[in-house]
Design a protein around this ligand. Sequence first.
Ligand code: CUA
Length: 185
Amino acid sequence: MTDRTAEPHERRILGTELLWAFGVGVLIAATLGMIVFTALTGDINPPSNVEQIDPKTLHLSGEFAEHNLGTTVAPDGRVTVRVITTQFMFVPRCIAVPRGRPVTLRFATPDVVHGLLITGTNVNTMVVPGYVAQVHTEFARAGDLLMPCHEYCGLGHSEMWANVQVLPDDQFKPGQDGRVSCAQR
Ligand code: CUA
């Protein structure tokens, strides 16, 4: 003879399991929804361009050679900033960017993994040896921002940070070569 008490018991277990499954399903949907929402509205997404660069030679020639670092405005108006992150500083230590215009930031490191963010913006990326880290952003307000290294990279990690000057249009003036440096203050 079967045990008649088992059936309601099992039904209760099934009910609890389904309730948990529903709850977890709602959480997963909410999390994914938030990721998609912030990606579409705030440009917040994992930096995902897989672009390789030789960390041993990146400072010698090509895009990340010293004379090419900092802010450049292309003839078509596109603004690109190139920065090397290295133990224990950013090169250059200060970058000038325009307010209210799309800016592409490109980072590379010759030594170890660094990370960076720019306070109050969506800029937040790791910089991994062998790869170019690229971030697109737009700076809403003029003013000075900080760009600290946020990935422990050695004893001088806490000393590693840079300044970002967000300049209004009348102060963001590229020179003949299309380059813009930080204003001296
Ligand atoms: Cu570079 Cu911490």
